[in-house]
Structures are given as structure tokens and as C-alpha cells.
Design a protein around this ligand. Structure first.
Ligand code: ADP
Ligand code: MG
Length: 731
């Protein structure tokens, strides 16, 4: 009998919801106590320091060194009052998650006698050299050649975890190349700000700054900790590599509408309390489609900050899940046969004057601005659909995309009937029409009445990877474990580059004597025609769409390592370089990291599956087969020959079936090992990743098939790993 499995099941079944201590205060009273936000700053910094710092944050200018000195002093005071003893530069390497190296505040005082004091200078706040040679850099930073630096990002508040002050930082090489996600994100945000302000000025000269906003929706699974530890595949790869579907999973759609299980509700409550302490405005929580699947989402915020908050929330959730005897799974596809997890990125742009640029306006002028931004966004996605796909593609997300539940592996834009009609109207208008303000007023661009209808009533096409939802675009293809920055760098960059082109076009036309409205209208008409191929409101899951998309020239590549090529195509390199976000060297280096990561993930999965198959599955299947054989012998010796033969028919069939699947596993594991050996000899990282995709990964499916068939046959008492029905239904 499988003791580990049944012990785990027993442990999980007995668990009760944990009591959660309420802060006994309204969120507004303790919101942000763990972050050095403006409220805390005003208490610990002088008026002058505060002003220079907030101006620097708001306008994105560099902070003078002596100001950093003052900020560090104030921050240290606050932190020590909060019981903090250590500090760390918190950064986002190109691997999953975040990294930190803790240093204590203690130092020798600058006097004889070895007196110890708490020290935290402006220099330590502003810059550090983590010994980070083991972080992937795609060869930019050879271990012997130079170090990487972390540098303070004042636009995201420092925060406290346990006894440590965490300072959000960028991570760059000695020669200035980005080794992280935050650096290019900040550059992309600044590029889109500048480009969008230039376009906004056509409509409102008062606009000085355009913010990019992000509202993420984080999906995840929870499994009981005991069951998790009984599954080596979950532990080592984040997903189940084998496991037959449960007879009941999500067919009845009862989980989505059901009440959150008590144990999970307690977990969620605690996550919320904790998130509020970090100034993370969690707003919604609910069950998702699959059993054990849930979602949380905050009120949206400025993109850089919202992204840091998402990373922080993932680690908060992980910690609290542990406390509640759960394990948090943020892999995109932990279980076959039920929905995977995504992280929808709701994205919009807004001005310092409070205007949402994807929000329909009230006046013809505002509406022309709205339509301009929407059309430019569509155009940007059209021109860069391959890059946007690359920005969200990982080994994990590949299991989710293209399956019958998540956005397909082709990027298209869903607009809904209202906006589609408006664009059709512009497209159909005659090029000879004289477009004036009065004319626009008369036509009202057909969108005058849109706001009320749209926001409550946007057609919800869940099959679209990139959908307009009333006042924002929702990029749904992002994977649940991703750093949103990857998608946000790409999206804000392509938008910046597109807006620059747009502005140039308008300037050119106006310089030639055309009126502003006419110039805008004509350019939009041209764009609407040009980017039509990207618009698709139908069913993204259908096979017809795949054929149609190919005909339209959209990127339909499905191989993860090949999809990454889009990052280093001449078009993409030019786009990123033209707006100063990343150069060719950085893009190439980052792709090396992506290919290497892909290879490693498949390599680990292959090894783990090989081990489980040989050490867990085959021995148990053989044991059961032996029991059956034993039964055959016994029946033979008990009954006369003909009778025994009849009685043994069932046994023999099963014995043969087991033999077939054991052999299926054994042969395919051998072949997979061979394929890996061959792939490992390839030096070129791209070619190696492709070899892993083409020649190693397919075995994962074949071996799984044989194992899952055995799961259906082998005595339940013997089966060594918790089954889906045990993993997936938290009581
Ligand atoms: P749904 O599941 O219907 O898409 P949710 O309420 O779960 O809706 O998530 C919507 C997300 O979009 C939230 O995080 C919300 O803050 C965010 N959001 C709303 N308006 C905007 C906007 N203008 N810009 C960016 N994000 C937004
Ligand atoms: Mg959504």
C-alpha cells in the first residue's frame, strides 16, 4: 500500500480553516504601514528633501547625492523604529521572481575602540554591488570581467519584510546594460510618456505627462501542503507531469460560481490584510473556473508600481499559503484537463489632467483623441504582434496558450461592435471629405453616447488575447507566473514607437498646409485600413481562425524558442533602439537567457519524469502485474483447465495491457534520455532550445499517456502519487 499518499490524503482531509487575526482596524487606518510612502516621508524627511524627492519622482529626474543622504537618514530612522536591522536592494533578475541580498545596518563607528553603530548612508541607499555573478546575463557580464550594480528606483516605495528594509532597485551591468526587467520597463514608460504627451498636445496643450497604468488579475491554484510534498513533479517543476483527469473536474462549472472554501477564505483574508499593509489595493477575490483555482486583483495603478506590487503579492501569497498548510501554484498549467492560470494585464494610458486616453470622451475633440489612441494601439499591436507574443511566451505558458481555454497562440485584437462600427465609419468616409471641427461635431464620430453603454456592457470575448474593455485594453495572454514587466516593456514600447510615427505623419501633413483635424482623420483612415488584419471578434479557439490568421499574415508560430526570434528581428531591434529602451546587444543577451531558461525547464521536467516513471510508476505497475500473475497461477491450480482459462481472461488482458504500458514508458524514457544527450552536445543556445522543444519535449506527452493509462488499471491502494481527485478538491 502506498503509505505516503494515504498519509498525505489523511492529513489534508483533517485540516481545519486557520483562524486569522483581524487587524481590528479599517484598512484605511493601517494601509501602507509597511512602506515608506509619502505619508511616512512627510514624517521623517524635511520639507525641502521631501519636495526635491517627490519632484524627482513625478518628473523622473535624477536625485542629487546630498538628497539621497537625507532620504537615507529618514528611511533608516523609520525602519529602525519598525524593528528593522537589515536592508537589501530588491531587484528583478531575468529569472523568475525577485532577488535580494541582506546586509545588516551595523558598522564600526568612525572612532577607535571598535564601537558598533547602525549605519545607512545615501551611498548604500543609492547603489550596491551584489555579488550577483550567478544571475543570468546572457554573457553581457562575464563573471571575471565586471560586476553588476543595483541602483535605487525612488518611484517605488521601500518596504519592510520581517526585519529587513527592501529597496526597489534596477540591476545593470558595469557597462550600463540592463540585467533585469525594471530598467527597460522604466525606459519604456518614459518613452511612452514622452510620445503620448506630444500627441496629446494636438488636443490639449496643458498635458504635461502621460502615465501608463496596469491592473493585473492574478490567477493561481492552491493545493494542500501534504499532498504537494507527496508529488515530486509538483515540487520540482511546479506542475503535474503525470496524473489522469479526475472523473469530475470543471464540467459542472460549479467551482466558478461556488463559495470560496473556508480554508481558502481564511488564506485570502490574511493575504488582503497583509497586502493593505504594503499599500497594495486588493479589490476583488473569487474562485476561478478550475477546481482549486482562484483569482485576486487590485485597483489598477501606475505600471512600475503595480508591477512591483504584483511581485510582492506573489511572495506574500506564497508565505501565507504555507502558513495555512497550502502550497501556492502559480505555474500556467499545473494540471492537465482543467483550465490553466493567466495574469490578465489591464493596460491604459492617462494624462496628468486626469483624462483616460482609452476612455471615450464627451466632446468631439476628446473623442478624436480617444479614437486616435485606440487606433494607434491597434496599429502598434498589428505591426508587432510577433514581438508581443514573444513577450509572454515561456515553457509554462505554452501549455496554456492554444489550449481550449485560454487565449490562442495568435495575437489579435478584439474591439467589440461599438468601436468596430466607429472605425468602419471612418474607413468608409471619403478621402475628399473636408473634415473640420464642425464636421466632427455633426458626426460626433459616432461615439458620443458610448461611455454608458460600453463600460457596463462591453462584449466579453474571452477567447481574445488582447481585448478592448471600455476604458482599457486587456492583454490576456500573460502567464500567471510572469513578471508583468515583460509584457509591459513590449506594449508600452510599441505604443511609444507608434505614437512617434503618428505625430510625424500629422506634422508632415500640417506642414503641407492641411488642417489639424483633417490630418488626424486622414491618418487614422489610412491606419484603420492598414491594420485590419489584426482585428478579430470571432472565436479565437476555432480551427478556422488559425487558417484565417495565417492568410492574414499574423504570426502563427507555436515553437517557444522560435517565437523568441521576434525579439531580435531587425524590425524589433530598430523599434527598441529608436526609442532608447534596449539596444541590440541587450536584446541578444536577453534572448540567450530566454533560450537557456527554456532548455533548463524542459531538461528538469524530462529528468523528473524519467525518475518518477522508473522509480514510482514502473515498480508499482510491476507489483500489481505480479499480483495478477499470482492470481492466474492460483486459479489454474484450483479449477479445471477450461474453467480456469475463462476465469483468467480478464487477468491475462490486464497483464498484457500493463506490460504494453510499462514497455511504453521504459522505451520512451530511454529514447528521451538519448534525445537529451544529443541536444546537450549542441553549443548554440538557440539551437539547443529548439532541439529540446522538437526532440525532447514530445516524450513528456507520450510517457504521460502510458503512465496515465496505468493509473486507471493499477490497484488504487498501490498507486504511489496523490491523484487529481485528491489534489484538486479542497474541502
Ligand atoms: P474582469 O475579470 O471582468 O476583467 P476584474 O474586475 O477582475 O475584471 O479586473 C479588472 C482589472 O482591470 C482590475 O485590476 C482593475 O483595476 C483594472 N482596471 C480597470 N480600469 C482600468 C484602467 N483604466 N486601466 C488599467 N486597469 C484598469
Ligand atoms: Mg479581466
Amino acid at each position: 500500500m502506498s503509505t505516503i499518499r494515504f498519509k498525505a490524503v489523511e492529513e489534508a482531509t483533517k485540516r481545519l480553516p486557520l483562524g486569522v487575526k483581524s487587524p481590528n482596524m479599517q484598512p484605511s487606518e493601517y494601509y501602507g504601514v509597511n512602506i515608506f510612502d509619502r505619508k511616512q516621508m512627510s514624517k521623517y524627511l524635511s520639507k525641502e528633501t521631501m519636495k526635491v524627492l517627490t519632484d524627482a519622482i513625478d518628473e523622473g529626474i535624477t536625485l542629487p547625492r546630498e538628497i539621497a543622504e537625507h532620504v537615507a537618514a529618514g528611511m533608516k530612522l523609520w525602519a529602525i523604529e519598525m524593528g528593522v536591522t537589515h536592508y537589501t536592494h530588491w531587484f528583478q533578475p531575468l529569472t523568475d521572481g525577485t532577488a535580494e541580498k541582506h546586509d545588516s545596518f551595523i558598522d564600526y563607528a568612525n572612532e577607535p575602540g571598535g564601537k558598533i553603530i547602525e549605519k545607512f548612508s545615501g551611498k548604500l541607499l543609492a547603489q550596491q554591488e551584489p555579488d550577483a555573478s550567478s544571475f543570468p546575463s546572457g554573457g553581457i557580464r562575464n563573471t571575471f570581467e565586471a560586476r553588476g550594480y543595483t541602483a535605487w528606483d525612488p518611484s517605488s516605495p521601500a518596504f519592510i519584510v520581517n526585519d529587513t528594509l527592501c529597496i526597489p532597485t534596477v540591476f545593470i551591468s558595469y557597462t550600463g546594460e540592463a540585467l533585469d526587467y525594471k530598467t527597460p520597463l522604466l525606459k519604456a514608460l518614459s518613452a511612452v510618456d514622452k510620445a503620448a504627451v506630444d500627441v496629446c498636445k494636438l488636443f490639449d496643450p496643458k498635458v504635461k505627462k502621460v502615465y501608463s497604468y496596469l491592473g493585473w488579475e492574478q490567477e493561481f491554484f492552491l493545493v494542500d501542503k501534504a499532498l504537494y510534498h507527496a508529488r515530486p513533479d509538483l515540487k520540482l517543476t511546479g506542475r503535474t507531469l503525470i496524473g489522469h483527469e479526475s472523473a469530475k473536474n470543471q464540467q459542472l462549472e460549479d467551482h466558478y460560481f461556488g463559495a470560496v472554501p473556508m480554508r481558502v477564505a481564511a488564506f485570502m483574508r490574511e493575504v488582503e490584510f497583509e497586502a493593505y499593509r504594503y499599500g497594495i489595493p486588493l479589490k476583488t477575490r473569487h474562485n476561478e473556473v478550475a477546481p482549486n483555482q482562484f483569482e485576486i486583483a487590485p485597483i489598477y495603478g501606475e505600471t512600475n508600481l503595480a508591477n512591483d506590487q504584483n511581485l510582492l503579492v506573489m511572495s506574500i501569497m506564497d508565505k501565507i499559503a504555507n502558513k495555512h498548510h497550502f502550497k501556492l501554484l502559480i505555474h500556467e498549467k499545473p494540471f492537465a484537463g482543467v483550465n490553466g492560470s493567466g495574469k490578465h494585464n489591464n493596460w491604459s494610458l492617462g494624462t496628468n489632467t486626469g483624462v483616460g486616453l482609452f476612455t471615450p470622451g464627451k466632446t468631439p475633440n476628446e473623442n478624436l483623441q480617444f479614437i486616435s489612441f485606440v487606433v494607434n494601439a491597434i496599429m502598434a499591436v498589428y505591426k508587432n504582434n510577433a514581438l508581443l507574443k514573444a513577450s509572454i511566451m515561456t515553457a509554462g505558458n505554452a501549455h496554456r496558450l492554444g489550449a481550449n481555454e485560454a487565449p490562442p497562440i495568435i495575437i489579435s485584437v478584439f474591439l467589440g461592435s461599438h468601436i468596430s462600427k466607429v472605425l468602419d465609419k471612418i474607413e468608409e468616409s471619403s478621402e475628399d471629405d473636408d473634415i473640420t471641427v464642425e464636421e466632427l461635431q455633426k458626426m460626433k464620430l459616432g461615439v458620443a453616447h458610448i461611455p454608458e453603454v460600453l463600460i457596463d456592457n462591453t462584449d466579453r470575448n474571452r477567447t481574445s488575447p488582447f481585448a478592448f474593455t471600455g476604458n482599457r485594453f486587456e492583454f490576456r495572454a500573460v502567464g500567471s507566473s510572469a513578471n508583468c514587466a515583460s509584457a509591459m516593456i513590449a506594449l508600452n514600447s510599441v505604443m511609444a514607437a507608434q505614437l512617434i510615427d503618428f505625430k510625424k505623419e500629422i506634422d508632415k501633413k500640417m506642414n503641407a498646409g492641411m488642417k489639424k483635424e483633417q490630418a488626424i482623420y486622414d491618418t487614422l483612415r489610412f491606419y484603420i485600413k492598414e491594420c485590419k488584419a489584426i482585428r478579430f471578434d470571432g472565436n479565437g479557439y476555432s480551427d478556422e481562425w488559425k487558417k484565417e490568421a495565417e492568410k492574414r499574415g499574423l504570426n502563427c508560430e507555436t515553437s517557444v524558442p522560435v517565437i523568441y526570434d521576434s525579439y531580435i528581428s531587425p524590425q524589433t531591434v530598430h523599434m527598441f533602439e529608436s526609442i532608447g529602451v534596449m539596444n541590440e546587444r541587450e536584446l541578444k543577451a536577453r534572448n540567450e537567457v530566454k533560450w537557456e531558461t527554456y532548455t533548463k525547464k524542459i531538461q528538469i521536467e524530462a529528468r523528473v519524469l524519467g525518475d518518477i516513471s522508473m522509480n514510482h510508476i514502473i515498480p508499482v505497475a510491476t507489483q500489481y502485474q505480479t499480483a495478477l500473475l499470482d492470481n492466474v497461477y492460483k486459479l489454474n491450480s484450483t479449477f479445471e483447465k477450461e474453467k480456469a482459462k475463462t476465469l483468467n481472461e480478464h487477468n491475462i488482458a490486464l497483464i498484457e495491457k500493463i506490460a504494453t504500458h510499462i514497455l511504453g514508458i521504459k522505451n520512451n524514457v530511454d529514447d528521451m534520455v538519448e534525445a537529451r544527450k544529443i541536444a546537450n552536445k549542441i553549443e548554440n543556445v538557440r539551437k539547443k532550445a529548439i532541439a529540446y522543444h522538437d526532440t525532447v519535449a514530445p516524450y513528456l506527452e507520450i510517457i504521460r499517456y502510458h503512465s496515465d493509462e496505468l493509473e486507471l488499471i493499477v490497484d488504487n491502494q498501490m498507486w504511489p502519487l496523490p491523484k487529481y481527485r485528491e489534489l484538486l478538491f479542497i474541502s
